[in-house]
Design a protein around this ligand. Structure first.
Ligand SMILES: [Zn+2]
Length: 81
């Protein structure tokens, strides 16, 4: 999966992955907007945590950008097809 020597970043990445899965599960079962928004907020919060960590941590290389999503919503159609 992730190639990083930093255990802290791995932990954050794992958490982010879990939040993404949770958000996707909500979309699949047509969760109400309020629930979806709070799930998106969690994803955003952890994503920012990861960005902040990488900026400060000497173990984390600047080339590590795979986990930084550019969209606010997951690519639902790509994942389903
Ligand atoms: Zn790190």
């Amino acid at each position: 999966m992730l190639r990083t020597a930093c255990p802290k970043l791995s932990a954050i990445a794992k958490l982010l992955r879990e939040k993404y899965d949770l958000q996707f599960a909500m979309i699949v079962r047509n969760a109400p907007d309020g629930e979806l928004r709070s799930a998106q907020g969690e994803v955003f919060r952890i994503n920012r945590l990861m960005t902040n960590h990488r900026r400060k941590c000497p173990l984390c290389t600047p080339s590590f950008t795979i986990m930084t999503p550019r969209r606010t919503k997951p690519p639902l159609l790509e994942m389903v097809s």
